[in-house]
Design a protein around this ligand. Sequence first.
Ligand SMILES: Nc1ncnc2c1ncn2[C@@H]1O[C@H](COP(=O)(O)OP(=O)(O)OP(=O)(O)O)[C@@H](O)[C@H]1O
Ligand SMILES: [Mg+2]
Length: 509
Amino acid sequence: MFGGTVDYEIAAPRAGALVESLRGFGYSTGAAIADLVDNSISAGARNIWLDCRFDGPSSCIALLDDGVGMTEPELRNAMILGARNPRDARGSEDLGRFGLGLKTASFSQCRCLTVASRRNGVTTVRRWDLDYIANSPGDEWRLLMGPRPGSGHLLGALDEQSSGTVVVWEALDRITAGMLAGDRRSEDAFFQVIEHVERHLAMVFHQFLDGKDPVRLFINGRRIKAWDPFIRSHPATEATPAEVIPAADGGVELQGFVLPHKDQLSEQDALKGGGTQGWAAQQGFYVYRGGRLLVAGGWLGLGTPRPWTMEEPFRLARLRVEFGNRSDATWDIDVKKSTARPPRQLRLRMTALAEIVRGKARDVFAHRGSYGKRESVTDLEATWLTGSASTTARYRINRRHPLVAAALETPADRATIEAALQLIELSVPVERIWLDTAERGEVSDRAVVAEAPPELADIGRSLVAHWTGRLGMTSDEARRRLLSTDPFHSYPALVEGLVMNANVTKAGQ
Ligand SMILES: Nc1ncnc2c1ncn2[C@@H]1O[C@H](COP(=O)(O)OP(=O)(O)OP(=O)(O)O)[C@@H](O)[C@H]1O
Ligand SMILES: [Mg+2]
């Protein structure tokens, strides 16, 4: 097809302009460092050390690994944009795909990227310096062959290893914008970014950090602990059986999890379970490629009849989706390794499983974790009776609850009434109300029922009698007070009627 003479001209990208544009991939610092960790894991590293040093605009980040390292030609090639063709087959353990990550991730965070690699006892260094490229004549892709002047010590640790690689980021203009050396606030802000990075790595690589033969990942000397989105170590976590769907490209594995209700978690676990974004935002699918997390939550555009959105009642639903790098094209993964699109042939199955998991998660959420064991909570013990068939009182306080019953006895003592009130305050069925509101669009019974519930008249009458009798209020004062009392303020006609009747009764006395 391309035989014969063809007219052409070379239209190579302009180095200075392109490297600047490549900075705009939109990586977060965590996602950018994860891209470096990918490379280290692919190189067989067992230990990875992330070193983040704050020094205002001279801060730097270095990632050292004990992987196989690179020879000089390999390192040179690794530094080239498009180091490998994305269409090439890769080893099953290789987390790379595009031949870009090292460069795009690094440029997104820094203007000076140095890579030193050691193989067979020989260390080689290469460096991209965006300022040097910008000022180099001829707009050439000049790859520098040594460390930044004065920065050689940052590569020193490599020489103590037989093989490995260190990636150094200097001129971290994006991270340190506006920061000053020796300034406390700047330092705090810098380490806040690093803390976020730590949590991101703990999540993205949790399968590696937690495995039988774990990869050890350190951040400023501290070992990062894995964050399991499915809290599998907790006995109250429910899991559907893992389901393998075979396909020519290796297929996919699916599994659903319903996480424990927060009442069943320790305060610390409840906080930790919310991950980097919080419980509601962490619901949905967790998509892994070669054991590395690409997508942490969200419903991937699935859902019937409309795509599901993140909603509070489904906060306990999380699903695991795993495939290998042979499925990259099927799942349409991106350079940042942060998106994946479920292929058409899997969408139905994934939606069906998610529907089951969402249903269960919703029940656990609504019943404060007592779903499935509900029978053991008798009406006598429950403070609130919910889901009553009555249209006027969906959430009722159980008068037969021992404490409530005691408070209703005459004469009830102050302590008992206070105890009953506390009990009621503690047990408001918030989730249940939330669910009804979210699913049925019911804000509250009062708001939709224009007519006052019949029992309200009696309560109002005794209140007015109490105020005008014992407290000596005038009927007008009682009327105003009642109009500003919840829920009477919603029923002015009822209030007027009550006060008028009270007057008539009084006059007739
Ligand atoms: N820490 C490392 N140890 C050994 N080799 C590395 C290391 N980092 C990068 N390489 C080599 O450099 C190449 C280019 O890395 P780069 O991250 O740019 O692309 P990739 O990993 O191939 O694909 P992707 O763009 O999907 O990340 C890698 O394929 C690998 O051969
Ligand atoms: Mg890579």
